[in-house]
Design a protein. Structure first.
Length: 319
């Protein structure tokens, strides 16, 4: 059966969050599912060998001149989809535009969120209700990314990852300045960790200048010999390294979602993001700013993240 799922939200995190629902469709129909996603979901990097995903199609909507933008772009997308002769489509949004595009593409069976109800939709609960309604399946929010064991072993040898050490992923980057916890917070946590344990740190971040400043501050510290930066390698190359880690401590970033989906216990530092993004998986342990009962957009709490709280949860997890 030829099935398409449309997940048009931006970023790696949202792509990871929707994996259980795409997998549910695949299981229901005993067939891999093709997905239509944005390029910045990076699906091509970490889902290309996933056994329940067939083709990964890129939605080209970056600016007004992109191939799938505007009215002409809608017809371009319909023509692109028509080539694959999809029999069913599951649309994880409330957009009339995507429904019309799928009709023009000749897809007979269209399943979609209720139209015109985008406001206040809960990211996960709406998807769960959608799959329950259309497929009568109850889906837990626990994304999983599987890797070949040979890749994990190869990374272990290449980066000299020893089981006698505590190997820690530090996700020090973030999609915005309010989400990036200052370097001194990580350094304080590292200092406490090294006093009690033999640790190695893998520093995951992007190439943004502020992220590089945080990375360099850590690499220029007394802990530099225990650190391996991952900013120069592709995301798919970081996955087996992350899988070899005992634990992750991450800002709300792509790496917090990836590490949790790789079944690595992940402490998520939430300074300016809804709590849901750091608590939807049982592998996630959220930390919010001191003095706050919850966290959301505009909490602006990165200076109130407490390294002692990070270390307390860290000890509980690895003990």
């Amino acid at each position: 059966m030829n099935i398409l799922a449309i997940q048009n939200r931006m970023g790696i995190g949202d792509m990871v969050i929707f994996l259980p629902f795409i997998e549910a469709i695949s299981k229901k129909f005993n067939s891999p599912v093709s997905i239509l996603v944005k390029e910045n979901s990076k699906a091509l990097e970490f889902l290309e060998k996933n056994n329940y995903i067939d083709k990964i199609l890129i939605l080209e909507r970056n600016n007004n001149s992109s191939h799938h933008d505007g009215i002409v772009g809608s017809f371009n997308l319909a023509n692109d989809l028509k080539k694959y002769k999809f029999e069913k489509v599951f649309i994880f949004n409330s957009s009339l535009r995507f429904r019309l595009i799928c009709k023009i593409a000749g897809i007979k069976k269209i399943f979609q969120y209720p139209l015109f109800q985008k406001k206040k939709q809960h990211l996960i609960k709406t998807a769960q209700s959608f799959i329950k309604k259309e497929l009568d399946m109850d889906i837990d929010s626990k994304p999983v990314i599987n890797l070949e064991s040979s890749l994990i072993e190869s990374a272990k040898k290449k980066y000299n990852i020893e089981s006698k050490q505590i190997n820690i992923l530090l996700g020090i980057g973030g999609s915005g300045p309010t989400k990036r916890i200052p370097a001194h917070k990580f350094l304080n946590f590292m200092k406490m960790s090294i006093k009690k344990y033999d640790c190695k740190f893998f520093l995951a971040t992007g190439t943004n200048q502020e992220e590089q400043n945080i990375l360099n501050e850590i690499l220029n510290s007394e802990f530099k010999e225990r650190c391996i930066p991952l900013d120069k390698i592709k995301i798919k190359e970081t996955l087996p390294i992350i899988k070899n880690c005992n634990i992750a401590v991450c800002n709300d970033s792509s790496f917090s979602h990836l590490s949790a989906a790789l079944d690595v216990p992940t402490i998520v530092l939430l300074s300016d993001t809804p709590l849901m993004y750091g608590s939807y998986s049982p592998n996630m342990y959220p930390i919010i700013p001191d003095g706050e009962e919850t966290v959301t957009h505009d909490s602006l709490g990165k200076e109130k993240i407490n390294p002692e709280k990070i270390f307390k949860i860290f000890k509980e997890i690895i003990s």
